[in-house]
Design a protein around this ligand. Sequence first.
Ligand SMILES: [Zn+2]
Ligand SMILES: [Zn+2]
Length: 767
Amino acid sequence: MVHAQIRVSGQVQGVGFRPFVYRLANELGLSGWVRNDSEGVEIAVEGEQPQVMRLIERLQSEPPTLARVEKVTHDLARTTTGFVGFAITESKAGRVLTGIAPDMAICPDCLHELFDPADRRYRHPFINCIHCGPRYTLTARLPYDRANTSMAKFKQCPACQQEYDTPTTRRFHAQPNACPECGPRLGMFDAYWNPLTGDNPVAIAAGRILAGQVVAVKGIGGFHLVCDARNAATVERLRSGKQREEKPFAVMVLNTQSARHYAQFREQDAALLETGERPIVLLRQSAKCEAELQGIAPGLSSIGLMLPYTPLHYLLFHELLGRPQGTDWLRQATPLALVMTSANPGGEPLVKDDDEARNSLFGLADAFLTHDRDILHRCDDSVMKWQGKAPTFVRRARGYTPRRIVLPFSGPPVLACGAWLKNTVCLTRGNEAFVSQHIGDLDHVGTREMLEETVDYLCDILDVQPQAVAHDLHPDFYSTHYAQRFAEERGLPLFAVQHHHAHIAAIVAEHRVTEPVLGLALDGVGLGADGSAWGGELLQVSGTQCERLGHLATLTLPGGDRAAREPWRMAAAALFDMNRSDEIVRRFPEQAGAATVTDMLQRKLNCVETSSMGRWFDAAAGLLGVKEVQGYEGQAAMLLEGLAERHGKVDALALGHIHTAQNDLDLRPLLAKLADCKDAAYGAALFHATLAEALCAWVQRAAGRSGSKYVALGGGCFLNRILTQTLTDSLTACGLNVLTAQQLPPNDGAISLGQAGIALQHLNQGA
Ligand SMILES: [Zn+2]
Ligand SMILES: [Zn+2]
């Protein structure tokens, strides 16, 4: 007989860990207790030594779905106290250090109950258990307890309370536990918010969707605008209403079998679609996709698909399919496809309350399917895709926030405020970094308010007060202004971090690498340390130190920011550079400004230079006639990638001397070739192949000089699958350890983590 004192740390609270321990202990015939405390879960057990060791093993090998066990430690003693039975005891008070779990999709057990006519939660839209359902978006503060969530106003009925109090049920301490008796209610309204009654609200919504209407549906982190994705006229109407003329819409299908109708994908993609985090997954369109889902992803080779994740989504499919019996229909393929686009009119944050929906979705939605469980924190759908050997985030939000990233160093709490586009904020606690959900571009009042709310919320749920603040080097970013104000009000030190240094630092931090690395930052435009516009940088990064080893040859931006939106301007600048400015007007007859731009280039008026990789993509797209004016950020590059993917592999162009004496990479001979290329798809493939080969040689040369073994690839351009895959393979073949973004997107969504990491190291150095 032995006594063991066991400590489990990680994501182990509010995820059914104590009932799991209770069940294990009973199964193994052990006595003792389990409780939550400030560091995780503490267990005391007594019994035969082999059984005790078996328990310790199984804590790590078969934890509950939502748990993330990071460490299990134990002390064994020969003296026993003689426990009787096993109990779940009261939480030990103290400083809360464990976090809140992310929002998860409905689990298989709940899904089964949802469509079991004998179950008391048959067709109940708010069914959930300890393994599934909302968490982050409905919790106001710690500790994670019903009273601190938006479920506080729903008093559990005796049957629910009984489950909540019984350790052997799936609903023991399941804070959002509810049933049709005591849970939240759905409501259905027309465009003017007149209540629609008669049938059940989901049936009315389904009928309207099938009739070609757009229905706003309240979800986990906000409202979606939902319509029949196969109805081209409705999709078109939604597009013009949302002023989202070319951006792709995400589509929800019932299951992976149905997804195969619209996309080609491998097992790994299927697993990503089905994972409990339920991201939108970018997949290659099938042959049928473009014909059957017109206007969903104009011109692109990929489509963003996701599977249902709330009980309400499943109920909606159930109604749309005519209420099939049993549960077999859940696994059968159906061409049914719903547009599920975030209700965020004009780039404002996602709409989350009925009042907001009433005001800002007027004219966009023909009806509203809502409910009375409040969403406390907006959280968009996450977007992911497979690149190389790992899934990559395009946008990290629902299902993943507020999961922590463990850093290789520790220090006082730091708040980092991110960049401008795709903003996120990051708060650290010890060696943990918590990056917020995607907030958005900070050109809107709404997103700015969301940034501020998110900072307050992170401070609350982590129970920390920042001791230092980090921001982008750019003095005009809203995030910079906010950081300055925050620091000034509290008398905290401020750290300005160069944009591309932050990109590389983010990747280095998540991989917990502490030695110097080479950093290849390929991005849009960011302010450089010398005051110019950077974006194609080869860096040597060592903690707080960043040296610019070289950069892409600069391109002229005729008309400044407009050149970033209009790839034809980048093409015009390239032609001018080739002494072919006489072609500009002829090549771009639809651009009224072509003559003016030619004149601007000749007279060097309003023409700044940038080393941005993003603009090289735009120049290539412009020269190949792929896209003259972008409908959204990154569109030209995405179209170019799609063309190259469809064309297939080609040999890189032999360019000769493209590394200058200053170690810059000059790809102008490649643009000259593209200017005369008649086949856009071949040109796109040639651009990718040559670029990847030239970048590899460039990095390899620098690695030879510096002796670095690591190269980190950061910046938005690494969402380009061809570039990332080719470069990763070739650099690995050169013997380098290639670090890519895994826990955060490679784009500006990761900037806040990089800033936080650098500020922490500054603090540790006593700077
Ligand atoms: Zn469940
Ligand atoms: Zn109930």
